[in-house]
Design a protein around this ligand. Structure first.
Ligand SMILES: Cc1cc2nc3c(=O)[nH]c(=O)nc-3n(C[C@H](O)[C@H](O)[C@H](O)COP(=O)(O)O)c2cc1C
Ligand SMILES: [Fe+2]
Ligand SMILES: [Fe+2]
Length: 411
């Protein structure tokens, strides 16, 4: 039924699209679906690189058969054991009982733990090679990109990197698989969202992995999610994006995230945003934490260098949605941001103080005093809010364009 999909000579795509699951990890929305990519290298010997989510095993096996017919699979290379990629291993072994399963020590421990598989396993060390015939598989251990066992597989003869979750994107593959067959720009936001939601905590291991890969020549990146990157400009772009995100560098734009029950904190957010816009800043994204999904807020905070957070005081604490956002950011070691905060209260302020403490713990650069509103929007509060928006615009735009001297009271 399936036509073999040869993405490069002797390399076949055998992955699947999931447009059914509403949430990845039962947590992160999938408005455009997601793909679980797997690949077959067909040489004197054959190697399957990763499997797919158990729900899609049937389609996966049909695709493998369309390429191999009755030919056996000699090796399964397990780059990553998370169930979205390892889910079909047990079934694969029952269909191909002689298949040899290749992984590092941690992979093999997990293989035993998850699926009770200990037979026909091949333990490899970092940088070890496996020869299939014309093609060589070189294994690069890249722990914590995204799990401890994660590794990548490089085929030097094809200059192709099978990168596991790295360089992955949400979004099913609508028609094409290669970047040359689809509109790559469509996947950029979904790549940032994937990075920030799934890999965001592991900036330092990603940097280690990128350094490790820096010596090799890469013409194509085959990730486990999203398009296969083959165009020179695209390969460079996704590499640069990963480098930028994992160093917590960001574009000069602003995220304003706030919680609000009765609109007071929201009014502050509006005043701050329009002041920032008045002072020349165009890239502004506002999120009401009760309405926006944290997945999208995290994406934008990773993408933009400016961050303003507002919260009412709620039972002497932060508003719950804001608290949850802060915990998501702390969990991802978010750093290197221009920061400001604002809050409102009725009898005893706690929110602005806690936001300021969060900024200090995260070593953010506080760009102006917190703006605090008690009960009503007095003119001096409006002035402070306008000042905060102006300071943020100045901070983000200096270095990008000439910022006129003015009377802003910034740190
Ligand atoms: C459930 C609840 C708990 C609150 N707890 C506090 C509090 O501990 N301290 C305080 O000063 N104000 C408290 N307030 C008052 C709000 O912080 C204040 O009205 C604030 O301006 C609301 O902002 P908003 O209009 O953006 O929701 C509470 C309000 C509610 C509804
Ligand atoms: Fe993963
Ligand atoms: Fe994955």
């Amino acid at each position: 039924m399936y036509k073999p999909l040869e993405i490069a000579k002797n390399i076949f795509y055998v992955g699947v699209n999931d447009r059914t699951k509403p949430l990845f990890e039962n947590l992160w929305p999938l408005p455009y679906g997601v793909s679980y990519n797997a690949y077959l290298v067909v040489d004197k010997q054959t190697a399957l690189i990763d499997t797919v989510d158990l729900c899609y095993s049937d389609v996966f096996f049909q695709k493998i058969t369309s390429v191999l017919g009755n030919r056996p699979i000699d090796y399964l290379i397990v780059n990553h054991m998370e169930p979205d990629h390892s889910g079909s291993i047990a079934w694969l072994v029952s269909k191909y009982p002689e298949i040899r399963i290749v992984g590092n020590k941690r992979t093999l421990d997990m293989l035993k733990g998850f699926y009770g598989i200990t037979r026909n396993v091949v333990l490899i060390q970092d940088l070890e090679e496996l020869h299939l015939g014309e093609c060589t598989l070189q294994f690069y251990l890249t722990p914590m990109v995204h799990w401890p066992e994660t590794m990548m597989t490089y085929v030097p003869e094809k200059k192709t990197l099978f990168s596991a979750d790295a360089f992955g994107a949400f979004g099913a593959l609508d028609g094409g698989v290669l970047d040359t067959q689809l509109t790559p720009g469509r996947y950029r936001d979904e790549m940032i969202r994937y990075y920030s939601n799934i890999v965001g905590k592991f900036g330092s291991p990603v940097q280690t992995a990128l350094n490790k890969l820096s010596g090799i020549d890469i013409d194509a990146i085959c990730s486990t999610h999203g398009p296969v990157w083959t165009q020179k400009t695209q390969v460079a772009e996704v590499f640069n994006l990963y480098d930028q995100l994992s160093r917590y560098e960001a574009d000069p734009g602003l995220v304003i995230a706030y919680g609000s029950m009765y609109g007071h904190t929201e009014q502050l957010a509006e005043i701050i945003a329009s002041s920032a816009a008045e002072h020349g800043l165009k890239k502004i994204v506002m999120h009401n934490v009760s309405k926006s999904h944290e997945s999208d807020i995290l994406r934008d905070v990773f993408a933009y260098k400016g961050l303003l957070i507002g919260s009412p005081t709620y039972n002497n604490k932060l508003y719950p949605g804001v608290e949850s956002l802060l915990s998501g950011l702390q969990n991802r070691y978010m750093k290197n941001r221009f920061f400001g905060c604002f809050g409102s209260f009725t009898w005893s302020d706690a929110s602005a103080k806690q936001l300021a403490a969060f900024a200090e713990a995260s070593e953010f650069e506080m760009i102006a005093d917190p703006v605090i509103m008690k009960q009503a929007m007095l003119s001096e509060v409006v002035e402070k809010a306008r000042n905060l928006g102006q300071c943020m615009a100045r901070k983000l735009l200096s270095g990008v364009e000439v910022v006129p001297n003015n009377s802003a009271n910034c740190h």
